[in-house]
Design a protein. Structure first.
Length: 423
């Protein structure tokens, strides 16, 4: 097949890498891709989605996979479908599950899906009254729209919560994305990332992963896009999976159908497990990054088949087969991440002599550029060292061993990825 992947991060690289390892050969195109996706296929640069859909038709693209949320919210799937193309991802209407937290919370409420008690409002006084009525702190304040993962404030006091609300509603904090806010109760538990691949009717659940959102060891410092992940996590059992299927995935798919926006694509379920009960923090409508980088290689089935069947309503005939091993991904970020950009730095990867390590690890490239025959670290999250093994510990040791073989000036990693599973 000719396959087009939209996006430029480690997530998109890992999807391409998994497809390039399939028995059947495929031709891969990335829009825009990064400095390393050129090793897997061809980068193209057409940013207008209508123009891109016409290019896809001209070039016999048989499957398009969308990595990030922005093109989905902007309606790339609708535009491609108008041209009769096969594309995996939600319509703009269904992508509102991520594009608007107010929409998402209202869907959860309407279909009785467990989530934190909340109000949504555009009115400051209403928000302040709700805050005054709350009996516990911390209090969580969220901007409605897309804020690149920064629109959530965990306020330690009522005053701090009010300050956050005022900053959002005035447009000062997040512009239009803060025109409406959610104020909700704080959930105390542990977080899971659960991914359901959906075709509007049917779904396939992948093994639960855990992300590490804070920049520093021990979950300290500011939030990032994610500094590492591992899967499958032992922190989930059959009871949690079955509650997520029955109380979350099924009612969401039925609900979205009822709303006239059937959900096709990756339903990324952000779960907080509180006293053994999975409570929904949020939905995203795409794979998590870095979670994708471990889930793609753990899948034994051809990844292209999963996405193709997802895009053509055939997931009822897809039986997921997972490798009997664990994956751990450690993000290597640049010096100033997540505060700002860093000077481009050349990436050197040592030759790996250890056969075990070589066969059970790889790099997934993200914020890199290829220039003058050199691979340069140019983004915030530069690459991921991914290790596999028969236990989380073995996988983690391999991921960190690989980290030791990768060099660029200012490289920064967390040293405790998967700690919750190894405590
Ligand atoms: P979100 O963008 O909604 O996933 O929020 C980002 C992060 O904030 C989540 O991954 C959680 O770590 C945290 N968070 C969001 N909502 C809550 C909540 N109600 N209680 C506790 N933590 C939360
Ligand atoms: N890893 C979290 C996210 O992709 O939003």
């Amino acid at each position: 097949m000719n396959i087009l992947i939209l996006g430029s991060g480690g997530r998109e690289y890992s999807i391409g890498l998994a497809i390039s390892k399939e028995k059947t050969q495929h031709n891969l195109y990335f829009m825009p891709g990064n400095g390393a996706t050129t090793q897997l296929g061809t980068n193209i640069n057409i940013t207008d989605y209508k123009e891109l859909s016409l290019w896809a038709k001209d070039n016999n693209i048989e499957l398009t996979i969308v990595g990030p949320e922005q093109p989905l919210v902007d309606g790339v799937v609708d535009i491609f479908k108008e041209e009769g193309l096969t594309i995996f991802g939600p319509s703009a209407a269904a992508a509102q599950l991520e594009g608007s937290k107010v929409y998402m919370k209202n869907i959860l409420k309407k279909y009785n899906i467990p989530t934190a008690a909340f109000i949504e409002t555009e009115n400051k006084d209403e928000a302040f009254n709700f805050i005054d009525s709350m009996t516990r702190t911390p209090i969580v304040v969220k901007a409605d729209g897309l804020c690149a993962g920064k629109g959530v404030i965990i306020a330690m006091s009522k005053d701090e919560a009010k300050e956050a609300v005022a900053g959002m509603l005035s447009g000062e904090s997040f512009g239009d994305a803060g025109n409406a806010v959610i104020v909700e109760e704080y959930l105390d538990g542990y977080e899971l990332s659960i991914f359901a691949i959906c075709d509007g009717e049917n779904y396939v659940v992948l093994p639960a992963a855990q992300d590490h959102k804070r920049i520093g060891d021990g979950d300290t410092g500011p939030n990032t896009g994610g500094m590492g992940a591992y899967a499958p996590t032992p922190l989930v059992n059959d009871d949690i999976y079955s509650k997520v299927e029955e109380n979350v995935i099924k009612p969401t798919l039925a609900g979205m159908k009822n709303e006239g926006a059937p959900f096709e694509g990756v339903l990324f379920i952000g779960v907080m497990v509180v006293d053994g009960e999975p409570i929904i923090l949020e939905y995203n409508v795409r794979f998590g990054d870095p979670e994708c980088e471990i889930l793609m290689p753990l899948l034994e089935n051809p990844v292209s088949e999963l996405f193709y069947k997802g895009a053509t309503k055939q997931l009822d005939t897809f039986v997921p087969k997972l490798k009997d091993e664990f994956g751990v991904a450690v993000v290597m970020a640049s010096a100033n991440y997540p505060y700002g950009s860093s000077e481009p730095a050349e990436i050197i990867v040592d030759e790996i002599h250890d056969v075990e390590l070589k066969e059970n690890s790889h790099i997934s490239y993200a914020g890199v550029t290829f220039e003058d025959d050199k691979l340069l670290a140019t983004g915030g999250r530069v690459l991921l060292c991914v290790g596999f093994g028969e236990s989380i510990e073995v996988a983690r040791n391999r991921a960190y061993a690989l980290c030791g073989q990768v060099h660029f000036s200012g490289k920064k990693i967390r040293t405790d990825i998967a700690y919750q599973a190894l405590k």
